[in-house]
Design a binder for this molecule. Structure first.
Ligand SMILES: [Zn+2]
Ligand SMILES: [Zn+2]
Length: 466
């Protein structure tokens, strides 16, 4: 039997994860992520698949981050009619993540078409609309952790927990081959040990082939204790200056983690109790899904829920959905914390908060997440002094602080340790989901373990030996 993997997206880059596993009897797509980049590249990359969606037998999702699930509506638009397999939490999260992505694209195209009209250029269309995103929700079929499920005559699927975000999974494909069996693990994305809210990553046994992420292939994170200390210092210093703390944050997972940590610091009296505003309708909905699925959290968080407390709500937190309530924050002058999306500052309400606060040296822009190349968030991290928001130049006078230790990705050591723990059957590792430099550092480190390892390029095909 011939088994191949084609790396269709998210290879030698972070976003757009998509890999095709083919056997004699089935074509199975692992993830269908959205590639994020400049507008023209975004449309060119995301509208073209290097396979025929109608020939697929299954699509398996690792988790609900948009770089892993965000191109599903295009897949459906291009004729995919098989099932989308995920954990139940991932499906619940996709109910909000996918329509939100459609809405962002509609808004972006509205803005582009206004300019095009003035220039006499033809109108453009979004990759998919909010309504088109909603259509794909009916294709979901949920599979719970550790329950082996048959995808085809020759492929079984089992989900393990990578501890990356709530509901995330390491899909394991067990293939029946002429010589027996073959086990492929897809650890993209992989989480960390001992971070709040989430369970520790699980290591499935007897893996033959491992596909692994490399976002932080060559970088290490500080501990969570260090992150919390830095967070307390930044907040206390900004309160002293009577400034505001603006936190651009991914609506999914990072926002809830930051709320949890800030609430803990306030409870322990390490920072003053000041108002916290979570200004993101998406984050409000995601937090609701988190509360409904509390039994998937780690032991500590589950205990908090069991005592009737809410780890994402205390008397000084306000969740904002209404635009008018969001605008009211502009005129407030007292110290406060505003957490808003999008995480990489490319769109959403965070842009309004940055525009209103970035020129005041008393304020702090606190970066708590990964910022991809060519994003406004990345320019802030790189301490660029002048930035453009809504077409207007702004001088960056506010204090910009980046705390990397909140990452929900394994770091350089975590990734190598994970490979080590995979066991003796491991034949080869494929490194994806990383900027090339990071993937190459991980490749060198895995090579030292005497394990065959490769950083495939987009659309490379590998043949697996059983
Ligand atoms: Zn992720
Ligand atoms: Zn990812």
């Amino acid at each position: 039997m011939t088994v191949t993997i084609k790396f269709c997206g998210g290879a030698r880059t972070v976003t757009g994860s998509m890999h095709l596993v083919s056997t004699n009897k089935a074509n199975i797509l692992l993830d269908c992520g959205l590639f994020q980049g400049h507008r023209d590249e975004f449309y060119a990359v995301n509208s073209n698949f290097s396979f025929d969606p109608q020939n697929l037998d299954a699509c398996v999702l690792s988790h609900a981050h948009i770089d892993h699930c965000g191109n599903l509506p295009t897949l459906i638009k291009k004729g995919y009619r098989a099932k989308i397999y995920s954990t139940s939490v991932t499906r619940d999260l996709c109910r909000y993540m996918l329509p939100d992505s459609g809405h962002i694209q509609e808004e972006d195209i509205k803005y582009v078409n206004k300019i095009n009209k003035r220039k006499g250029l033809p109108p453009r269309f979004p990759l998919y609309t909010k309504d088109e995103a909603e259509v794909c929700l009916k294709y979901f079929r949920t599979v719970e952790y550790h329950k082996r499920f048959s995808l085809s005559d020759d492929v079984d699927l089992t989900f393990f927990d990578p501890g990356h975000i709530l509901g995330s999974a390491i899909p394991i494909l067990d293939l029946k081959t002429s010589k027996g069996s073959m086990r492929i693990a897809y650890a993209v994305d992989l989480g960390r040990y001992d971070i709040p809210l989430l369970r520790d990553p699980e290591v499935p046994k007897d893996i033959d082939y491992l596909i692994i992420e490399s976002t932080y292939g060559g970088r290490t994170h500080g501990s969570m204790e260090k992150a919390e200390k830095e967070l307390a210092t930044v907040i206390n210093e900004t309160i002293k200056r009577r400034g505001k703390i603006i936190i651009p944050s991914f609506a999914l997972e990072r926002t809830q983690l930051v709320i949890f940590c800030i609430s803990e610091l306030m409870r322990k009296k390490k920072i003053k109790k000041i108002p916290i505003f979570v200004d993101s309708p998406l984050a409000v909905n995601i937090t609701k899904v988190f509360r409904e699925n509390w039994e998937y959290f780690d032991d500590v968080t589950r205990k908090i829920f069991l005592t009737g407390e809410d780890p994402f709500g205390c008397d000084n937190i306000t969740y904002i959905t209404d635009v008018e309530d969001s605008k009211k924050l502009n005129t407030e002058t007292k110290p406060m914390i505003i957490i808003s999306a999008s995480g990489m500052c490319e769109n959403g309400r965070i842009l309004h908060h940055l525009r209103n606060n970035i020129e005041n040296p008393n304020n702090t822009i606190l970066i708590v997440g990964f910022m991809a190349k060519d994003t406004l968030g990345r320019r802030l991290v790189e301490k660029v002094k002048k930035i453009k928001i809504f077409g207007q130049q702004h001088e960056v006078q506010a204090n910009v602080v980046a705390i990397n230790s909140f990452s929900s990705h394994a770091d350089a050591n975590g990734l190598v340790d994970y490979v080590k723990s995979c066991g003796d059957r491991l034949k080869q590792v494929f490194i994806v989901h990383g900027e090339e430099e990071q993937s190459n550092i991980l490749r060198k480190n895995i090579k030292k373990l005497d394990i065959k390892v490769q950083v495939p390029a987009k659309n490379d095909i590998v043949f697996l030996k059983s």
